[in-house]
Design a protein around this ligand. Structure first.
Ligand code: CP
Ligand code: NVA
Length: 335
């Protein structure tokens, strides 16, 4: 085995701010030309494990692996002994013998950390209860496409202070954006997650502020983001949440209070009439469909980062994944 430690993407803070910016550029290059990132996964096998349902993440990541020349091995919890209680450390050790990287959608962040700690291959978070880093990348690429350069621009989050909220807030802050989150009392982000986002803001000239008033949050915002009121695993709380989140719907009146030209973001799937109206989601100010499209290029760029082949990265090949001859990214595509 190589002496180099595998590079993991478990949380957005696993990326340096410079990585994040390079990754968005690489995603844009891949979007323009699917050959732009080369075939760094040629001859390699990448596990995609799902302990929760997925449409966008499942399909975009599988296509991204294949587009980079790799072979995706897609498994759901019910097909794995993991689903019958086989310990994470044993699973990590065994999978490291077959696969070159593993991407996982799961519940606790500790499950991802366990796979990273006990395996010898890169681990990528495809959504946990705490984070959704690949979604944040797609969100920021989408905002950049719609409104241009991100530093100094404002972004609003309306609703639950959840996994998607905190990955996006932290990533946006790392790019110097000002983020305001309006969450109902009792549904604010986890304190540690908020502190992480605020530290990122402090380090990179951004801002992250928490309040309860959607109208305050959208002042000057170039993007207004939301997500479901009850995430996967919170189904039993749905009725209570529906009551608590009254007044936190992203509708046309709220968007009218944001910056001129502001777009609405939603990671999808959406509940029209709850966290977002149909008029907004299906209307001209919705960027949600571009956001979904952008899951593919950002997943490809993230995988290239994990294996150390993003243009300009200069990282040595990672444990498990050894880029092969002819697998270099094309020269000159990094702006
Ligand atoms: N946005 C998102 O992660 O969608 P899926 O649950 O369909 O993967
Ligand atoms: N917050 C949602 C996002 C789904 C893509 C969830 O975790 O279920």
């Amino acid at each position: 085995m190589t002496a180099h430690a595998p590079r993991h993407l478990l949380a957005v803070t696993d990326l340096a701010a410079t990585d994040l910016a390079a990754l968005l550029d690489a995603a844009a290059a891949f979007k323009a030309d699917r050959a732009a990132l080369g075939r760094p996964l040629a001859g390699r096998h990448v596990g995609l494990l799902f302990e929760k349902p997925s449409t966008r993440t499942r399909v975009s990541t599988e296509v991204a692996v294949a587009s980079l020349g790799g072979h995706p091995v897609v498994l759901s919890a019910g097909e794995l002994q993991l689903g019958r209680g086989e310990p994470i450390p044993d699973t990590a050790r065994v999978l490291s013998g077959y696969l070159d990287a593993v991407c996982v959608r799961t519940f606790g962040q500790d499950r991802l950390e366990g796979l990273a700690d006990h395996g010898s291959i890169p681990v990528v978070n495809l959504l946990s209860d705490a984070e959704h880093p690949l979604q944040a990348l797609a969100d920021l690429l989408t905002v950049r496409e719609h409104v241009g350069a991100l530093p100094g621009r404002s972004l609003a989050w309306i609703g639950d202070g959840n996994n998607v909220a905190m990955s996006l807030a932290t990533a946006a802050a790392m790019l110097g954006m000002r983020v305001r989150l309006a969450c109902p009392p009792g549904y604010a982000p986890d304190e540690a997650a908020l502190a992480t986002a605020q530290r990122a803001a402090q380090a990179h000239g951004g801002e992250v502020a928490l309040g309860t008033d959607p109208a305050w949050a959208v002042e000057d915002a170039v993007a207004v983001a939301t997500d479901v009121w009850a995430s996967m695993g919170q189904e039993a709380e749905a009725a209570a949440r529906e009551q608590a989140f009254a007044g936190y719907t992203v509708d046309e009146a709220l968007l009218d209070r944001a910056a001129h030209g502001a777009v609405a973001l939603h990671c999808l799937p959406a509940h029209r009439g709850e966290e977002i109206t149909a008029a907004v989601l299906d209307g001209p100010r919705s960027a949600a469909w571009d956001e979904a499209d952008n899951r593919l290029p950002t997943a490809a760029a993230a995988l290239a980062w994990v294996v150390g082949t993003l243009p300009g990265d200069g990282v040595q090949p990672q444990a498990g994944v050894q880029p092969q001859a002819g697998a270099q990214p094309q020269a000159g595509m990094h702006p």
